[in-house]
Design a protein around this ligand. Structure first.
Ligand code: FE
Ligand code: FE
Ligand code: ZN
Length: 302
């Protein structure tokens, strides 16, 4: 089982990420190269990157399974403002270059949002954008399945399939399944084998390069995109645990993007990552009804 969470890339870059992931008992992780909502990025420190690789090698972390997430301000669907579209493309190229420098070869990307245009047009713009970025980098771009908030492209398997079948180099692309997004988009994951069968017929299981394992705060088909802690949402522990341990997804990294937990339910100033215990739940196939308390008491005095 390849399992980790989103971690933060701060002063120590990739080394900080690896140390944080290790503190959760993870064997992989996902990071943004800076704040996901902006494009301010520090240069990559080669020495720290080498230290990170060494740390990972000695702490059961698989570099080949590490995921970088592109910032969500990149929107390849929207070409109305050509300058912005060009900026998305050039920034994505820089991100791919950074990945290569870090030794990371999988990047998750939100396909884009069709603002004031039809989805068909949006999808066409995304294909064009993807054709421009993918060529020069040895990084696989994983298109994330979206919840269908607003006019998000990639909220149906057919749209993902459209993108993968229209890009010039389909071998450079794969898919990231986000369980919260899939459920919010209307895919019932409780019969996950039926879902996988459908996915396989349309796209091919081999294309799955990452799974975002999240519970959802909202009902099936709600198009909301609000992640919930594992076992506390509408998908539930049993289903998420079955996906986590699924034989056909054994080689695929699973990444938790569940919300941090407040020290008490209304104090927002101190929040703690749930990942150590959520990972433990999956490793032991056991739901913790007292997850929130476990997290609070673990970090309170740390
Ligand atoms: Fe995402
Ligand atoms: Fe996600
Ligand atoms: Zn989401």
């Amino acid at each position: 089982m390849i399992l980790g969470s989103h971690v933060s890339y701060k002063e120590l870059g990739l080394l900080g990420c690896a140390q944080e992931a290790s503190s959760y008992g993870a064997n992989t992780f996902m990071f943004y190269t800076g704040a996901p909502q902006n494009t301010i990025r520090k240069n990559i420190d080669e020495k720290i990157t080498l230290q990170a690789h060494a740390f990972m090698a000695s702490h059961h972390l698989f570099l080949s399974q590490v995921i970088c997430h592109a910032p969500y301000i990149i929107n390849l669907a929207n070409k109305a403002n050509l300058e912005k579209w060009r900026f998305s493309i050039s920034f994505l190229k820089q991100e791919l270059k950074r990945c290569e420098a870090l030794g990371v070869f999988k990047m998750v990307l939100h396909p884009g949002s069709a603002v004031n245009i039809s989805k068909e047009e949006g999808l066409q713009n995304i294909v064009e954008g993807l054709n421009e970025v993918c060529k020069d980098y040895p990084v696989t771009i994983l298109l994330e399945t979206m919840a269908g908030k607003g006019n998000e492209c990639g909220s149906t398997l057919e749209e993902i399939q459209y993108l993968l079948s229209h890009v010039e180099h389909p071998e450079k692309f794969g898919v990231c399944l986000d369980t919260c997004h899939l459920s919010d988009a209307g895919y019932d994951l409780h019969d996950f084998d039926a879902f996988l069968q459908k996915f396989d017929a349309l796209i091919g299981i081999k294309k799955i390069g990452c799974v975002h394992l999240n519970d959802s705060k909202n009902a099936l088909g709600s198009h909301k995109d609000r992640h919930e802690n594992i076992g506390f949402g509408t998908i539930g522990f049993q289903t998420l645990n079955a996906i986590c341990h699924h034989e056909k997804l054994k080689e695929v990294p699973k990444i938790l993007e569940t919300p941090y937990i407040g020290i008490d339910s209304d104090a927002k100033e101190k929040i703690y990552p749930p990942y150590l215990f959520e990972i433990e739940m999956f490793k032991s196939n056991t739901f913790y009804p007292d997850l929130l308390d476990k997290v609070r008491s673990h970090y309170k005095n740390a």
